[in-house]
Structure formats: structure tokens, C-alpha cells
Design a protein around this ligand. Sequence first.
Ligand SMILES: Cc1cc2nc3c(=O)[nH]c(=O)nc-3n(C[C@H](O)[C@H](O)[C@H](O)COP(=O)(O)O)c2cc1C
Length: 184
Amino acid sequence: MTNEVLKTILERSSIRAYTDEKLTQEELFALKQAALASPTAMNRQNQRFIFVTDDAKLDLLENAVMQSIIDSGNADFAERIKARGGKTIYNARLIVIITAPQAHYSRVDAGIAVENIALAAKSMGLDSVILGMPEGVFTGPRGEEMKKEFAFPEGNEFCIAIGIGHRAMDKEPHTWDGSHVIEL
Ligand SMILES: Cc1cc2nc3c(=O)[nH]c(=O)nc-3n(C[C@H](O)[C@H](O)[C@H](O)COP(=O)(O)O)c2cc1C
């Protein structure tokens, strides 16, 4: 494959273990550009991207995600996560939380932006994992408090998050079924 964009798309895979190496300012800047360059319905650009690199905030999020899973009462799921080390953000040294006001297409816009960020990260030799699980932190009993803690703009909701860093494991991209494409 000589096309670098296609190569990046085909090589991306969710990585669930990261080293302690932090991202550089240059990498952070490039990821911010990838987020902001994402298309949005009617060019609303009403997403706000919260870039979390502070160690204390990352720890807070890690613990809050686990607590929100326990609080949700889904004991089986909580046990499964505890059994694999209790990690929910996998030591990723950057978490980007995508927030937006509730609106038609907000979640679609967020999905597009999160993949833009994932592919930009991969193209720079970084890896990523898209994270839906933190949602419970911002919708549960402590949701409003946690939104303030993570500087959500007033009226914005959690859409999706992504963890990024230097991989501490290998994983092949997922396989797929060609019949899921319907040709007419
Ligand atoms: C919307 C969405 C939410 C996800 N949430 C999580 C999550 O909270 N935790 C996690 O470990 N992986 C999460 N994933 C990653 C998926 O499990 C992963 O993309 C899928 O298993 C396919 O593997 P691949 O990304 O390696 O191709 C999420 C992926 C998507 C698209």
C-alpha cells in the first residue's frame, strides 16, 4: 500500500496499554488541528475538545470511570474490568473528551472528530483507543460535579473520548467481513 492515508486507516487498532512517555507539544498541536479540522453538520463547529494531560486529572478520570461502573450496578461488567487490572483509560497520557450541546448530529460530528484524531495519532507513530465508557462519569450522580472538574462548557454533554499515547502492547487491526458491503 503506497497511499499513506489508506495505510494509516488499515493499520489503526485499539491499544489498551500505554507507556509513561508523554506527548510532545508538537504532537499535541497536531492533534488539536486534526480535531478542529473535522467537518460538522452545517459547519456548526459547536464541539469543545477537552485535552487532558495532567497526571492528577488522568488519575481522577481513571478512578471515576471505575466507580461509575460499580455505581451502575452492572456487577459482572465491573468484575470483568477488575479482573483485567481495573484499567479503564489504560495509562493513556492524553485523553481528549469531546463535548457538545445536545443537538441533531452532535454525536455524528463527535464520531467523525474522534476518528480524525485517531488517524492523526496513528500517522504520527502514536496509538489510541476510543472511549465510550467515561460517559457514566458525566451522567451519573456526580455528573455535574465532574463536568465542572473537567471544565465542560455550560450546557455541553459528553459525546465520546479517546485515549492516546505510546503503545505498550501490540495488537493486529480487527478482521472484517466483506459481505457487509452491499453493492447495487
Ligand atoms: C463508540 C466507541 C466506543 C468505544 N468505547 C470503548 C471503551 O470505553 N473502552 C474500550 O476499551 N474500547 C472502546 N472502544 C473500542 C472498541 O472496542 C474497538 O474499536 C473495537 O473492538 C474494534 O477494535 P479496533 O478498534 O482495534 O479495530 C470503543 C469504540 C467505539 C467506536
